[in-house]
Design a protein around this ligand. Sequence first.
Ligand code: GLA
Length: 385
Amino acid sequence: MANYTATNNTQNSTIRSFRAVVFAALIALLFNLTSCNPKADAISPETETIVASSLRAVASSDSSNTLKGVASFPIGAAINPQLLASNALYKSALVKNYNSISTENCAKMNRLQPKAGQFNWTDTDALVNFARQNNMKVHGHTLIWHVAVPTWVTNFQGDSLAWEKLMKTHIQTVVGHYKGSIKSWDVVNEAFEADGSLRKSIWYQHLGADYIARCFQYAHEADPQALLFYNDNNSVYQTKKSDAVYAMLKNLKQRNIPINGVGLQMHITVNTSESILTNVIRQYASTGLLIHISELDIRMNYSLSTTFVLTDAVKNAHASKYKAIAKIYKGVVAKAQQFGITNWNLGDSDSWLLTESKSEDHPLLFDENYNRKLSFYGFMQGLTE
Ligand code: GLA
């Protein structure tokens, strides 16, 4: 009897836990269905919610697939040479999925020329060598910017001729050193303010508005084969800025300044409007220049909330946005202008956004252990379709 009761109790508890599992599954399903309602989680109305299970199905049937394997244009990642040298998982995620490396920070002016006339090539050389061994290309970022200016430049005293020489020497030494191995460059980064005016950077102040055109000429003289880009951020939300950048690009082309492409950084959020994004990419593509989505990452926690919760709805929205970017790029940019899409680093914990905002976020395609996230498959699906 005692035994019978014990068995009966075990059966009852098995039935109870089975019921609990079914109940939980139904709740989860209901949750996923309600998460399709954009109002429920303040995701932009255009967001096409991806059902996680369909993406996971792609994942398991196609586990040998890689981003570069499915893409019809180069897929890049901004790479930190220290992580590359020290972390085998980082290296393997890179080599499997990418065929282009952007120099995340190591080719900025403060790193390459920390003291006047003293160039430090070590980190960028390491990326270039790694890329050569692994059959990848390298995109150099960035020659002239208002950030990452070394102190010796900030303190530099001289007339406009001396400033011109300083700028020209930096550009030509760097582009010359990597002639033939870094085949494309962000020549000028972020020269505009949000209101469309030219940023009053140290370069602008000493050299006037046309310093931008001269940067391209100097870079071209140093390596006539290199593809030269203007790169800027946030153009996707700021019409005045994107109109100003567009006008400058047209002006440079009309004057036969050697510019080959434009980089849209694409630091966006799950809430960024896809229609605005489509419009700005279409506008830039109408210049005929190469189009590079150059620094793609997508914030989940766009309000920088301290109580952010990583729900399935947010993961879906994130994967959908990655998918949308790939589809918009393929749909709007003519094949001959598709320079590629570059992710701004690999694993979530490597992202600049975490150090920048100090709020929780998961902006990239790999988690902190370099496992592929749902968003990886969203992006892959967008590249494939
Ligand atoms: C800009 C720059 C990048 C990087 C990011 C994040 O987008 O172009 O080099 O510094 O900011 O910090």
